[in-house]
Design a protein around this ligand. Sequence first.
Ligand SMILES: [Zn+2]
Length: 455
Amino acid sequence: MTRASKIAFFIGLLYLNIPFSSAFCSIDILSIRWWTAPDYTRVVIDTSERAQYEAKDSNRKLTIDFKNTAFPATIPHQYILNKPAVKKIFLCPLPGDKVRVELWLSKNVKVKIFTLQRVLNKPHRVVIDVRLPEIEKKESQERKQVQISEKKKIIVIDPGHGGEDPGAIGRRGTKEKNVVLKIAKDLRDILINRGYQAFLTRKGDYYVSFKKRLKIAKEYGANLFISLHTDAYRSRGARGSSVYCLSTRGASSEAARLLARNENLSDVIAGVPNGQNNGESDPITLNMLQTETYNLSKSVGSIVLKDLKKINHIKYSKVHEAPFRVLKLPDTPSILIEVAYISNPHEELLLRKSSYRKEVAWAIASSVQEFFPLPSSFAKGEVREVRKIKRPVFASHASTPASVPATYVVKRGDNLERIAKRHNTTIKNLQELNHLKSRNRIYAGQKLRVLPAVA
Ligand SMILES: [Zn+2]
């Protein structure tokens, strides 16, 4: 192919990839996504450039006309959501290089539209929040009732990120938002079974602003607030769990400061409308943090570190401090736990395992129990029945009779991963129990010490 024909061929390919209408438009609609919380649905329209639009809201229909815009043929013309706030979304091209997006809404909703700039790997976005004020009010009232009516200790668990904000992503694609939600649900159920009142700041895959998370904790009248995250770093070797609290003196180390800076980006990545941003001007400032709250946060954090150490490597032996926005509760002991590194391939594998996540939840629940000894009502058997979380057996619990190692003879074709899976344990535990330096060095006939699987 000559140089000229190569160029012509390339231009031809380009032309084929661009829908006819968009050849004259400078902005493309890239995709439409949505997340549903109990009290709102968020629709996100990704655009190639900052969108120009006009919106009209009438008769349960929101019409947004995008100027100078096209959408590729790969994008469907209609989406059936059937969510409490949004029923359907329609797209259609209009004359004059316009695109109309129509949202069919439920009764009694409040709509807020705002744009978000490019950030990290996110494109320009038009965000439509469709709120259900009646549900919001009802949920808020229910939370306040808990505070009034119950005498048990109230633990509010905060699974970080959610929805538009995935948090850190492991090499196998594991998302922090999903892992921490699962641990949070396990922890909540274990605590309820033990006689505490435990609640989540989010129950599904949707984003909750920092401000709303704090509001939820306050409305419940939380005695303890636990924010759950997983750590990430460029180097895949970084590993271990760590615990943080808010301090009056800024960050206790440069690493803690950077971590808080990253975690504090959530509102920017997921996007919150103006006025909801819990920024520096927030009335809850570091100065208002009570010394007693700080001391209590430190002590519960130390207990959590001690218990997490039984199941995984600990990054720091002490509780570190940094200005995490989600911990700005002046009167409530509050900690943020980074459960292992999702960027570390081995720890990502652990976090993907239900048995390991449950082990983490059990460890944190034990810490809560040490910090707030069991309420007397528990002894009387007044415990609400929820999903039972069976405690997995790990090498670190060698003192319990259930975890006396058994012997397994390696068969041809075996590998550590398969053996670990079969015995409901981890490769790391097998390696530690058998002093194996490499996970690949096992041979047929070799006797391995393994922990019996959970019955
Ligand atoms: Zn996080």
